[in-house]
Design a protein around this ligand. Structure first.
Ligand code: NAD
Length: 389
């Protein structure tokens, strides 16, 4: 018998190719807002203005000084602009940094956000905000001077999210893979994250299927709109699963490695994820089976084998994750990213205090060493082994 707690999050989702061009005005009408502050990066400003054009004079100002990780000065400038133009809503068009800037405004003003994401970050469906400041304590983002503080506040959760895969075809292949793999990690990790429940697992499993179908297809052809739709749908589900379930051991390891050794975010995620899954799988067999089933279904959909797809759960999830990453050109081991073997012990010490207490298997220092060493050494993909024999 099931027993669980589940905090469902509110929000309206509008999804489809072309919806950003067709439906933004109707969505502003639904929220009854008429003094909209448009937020976008300088690069995406022309696109954002084009999409917001049907709102006419309801767009009262445009804020373009978006920077990664939302420096506090940027947040304050955006809030000041919102106040000076008496904005009654924020329309953000862009990636996680842009959504984060809109959230910073909502955090202190309570203004509703309409979010139009153009990457697979997933921030648009979470109530999590993040701000970077120079001196206050918080979570390190990798430099001695910068400290990222994060928090949860339901005021920052966008009221409406407009997902339009047409906006993502310009996202370069490497950024698409990085952003999509991050989403995949959120889905896998949702199976053992602290607030997991049957609903978040459902979203995560479907998210893995969609991402496993979309990632290789977008890698092969970034203009493939159907594959872009799969990726964006998967990213939405990944964000939703993460928002509800939270993150676990994998993210703790990646955060520590990224912060201490400046390793690239997405590649580190892609390399560490199969090792954490391999470690947790014996104690979480249902999760492993469902992750394998979703990866198998995604791979088959990508291969165009919709008919007679085998959803029996026979796919080895660890092998499937490694093959997916290898197909995207991700290096096999952390050593290829520059991590030295003698830094593994230091990594273990950094991760050990942060290990989630309810990880399916007890991850003591010896276990952490095993996981990180395996990720450091890297595995030879099964396809390559087969080719060699
Ligand atoms: P980003 O927003 O910084 O965008 C990365 C780059 O891609 C930028 O140069 C941007 O201009 C460009 N770009 C965006 N969309 C594009 C498109 N369609 N075509 C071409 N170029 C495009 O990066 P991101 O990965 O989307 O977001 C990362 C940030 O989001 C981090 O700060 C992270 O902490 C945050 N985040 C927050 C949450 C949360 O729940 N609060 C969740 C995930 C990520």
């Amino acid at each position: 018998m099931q027993e669980f707690h589940y905090d469902a999050l509110p929000g309206r989702v509008v999804f489809g190719a072309g919806v950003a061009r067709r439906e933004l005005r109707a969505e502003a009408d639904r929220l009854a807002v008429d003094r909209v502050l448009l937020v976008a990066t300088e690069t995406e400003e022309p696109l954002a203005r084009e999409l917001a054009a049907p709102l006419g004079e309801r767009v009262v100002a445009v804020f373009t000084s978006v920077r990664p990780h939302v420096p506090i000065q940027v947040a304050e400038a955006a809030r000041a602009l919102a106040a000076s133009v008496r904005a009654d809503a924020v329309l953000s068009i862009g990636g996680g940094s842009t959504t984060g800037t809109a959230k910073a405004i909502a955090l202190t003003t309570g203004l509703p956000i309409i979010a139009v994401p153009t990457t697979y970050a997933g921030s648009e469906v979470t109530p999590v905000w993040g701000l970077t400041e120079s001196s206050a304590s918080g979570t390190s983002i990798g430099t001695e001077q910068s400290r990222k503080t994060t928090g949860v506040d339901h005021r920052v959760l966008p009221r409406t999210v407009v997902y339009d895969p047409e906006l993502t075809v310009t996202l370069p292949a490497d950024l698409s893979a990085a952003s999509g793999l991050n989403a995949l990690a959120h889905c896998v990790e949702a199976f053992w994250a602290p607030r997991r429940n049957p609903i978040s697992s459902l979203a995560a499993e479907e998210g893995i299927r969609a991402l496993a179908a979309g990632l290789p297809a977008v890698h092969a052809d970034p203009t493939d709109l159907a594959a872009r739709s799969d990726l964006l749908y998967g990213a939405y589900l990944a964000g939703s699963a993460f928002a509800v379930a939270g993150s676990g051991l994998h993210h703790k390891i990646c955060h520590a490695l990224g912060g201490a050794f400046n390793l690239p975010h997405a590649q580190t995620h892609a390399i560490v994820l199969p090792e954490v899954l391999a470690f947790n799988a014996p104690a979480a067999p249902d999760a492993a089976r469902r992750i394998g089933r979703a990866l198998g279904a995604g791979a088959q959909a990508n291969a165009g084998h919709h008919e007679g797809a085998d959803h029996t759960g026979d796919t080895d999830p660890v092998r499937a994750l490694r093959e997916l990453s290898a197909g995207l050109g991700i290096p096999r081991g952390l050593r290829e990213l520059g991590l030295r073997e003698d830094q593994i012990d230091e990594s273990v010490e950094l991760v050990a205090p942060a290990v989630p207490v309810d990880n399916p298997r007890r991850a003591d220092r010896a276990a952490l060493r095993e996981i990180i060493h395996a990720a450091w050494a890297g595995s030879v993909p099964a396809t390559e082994l087969a080719a060699r024999s």
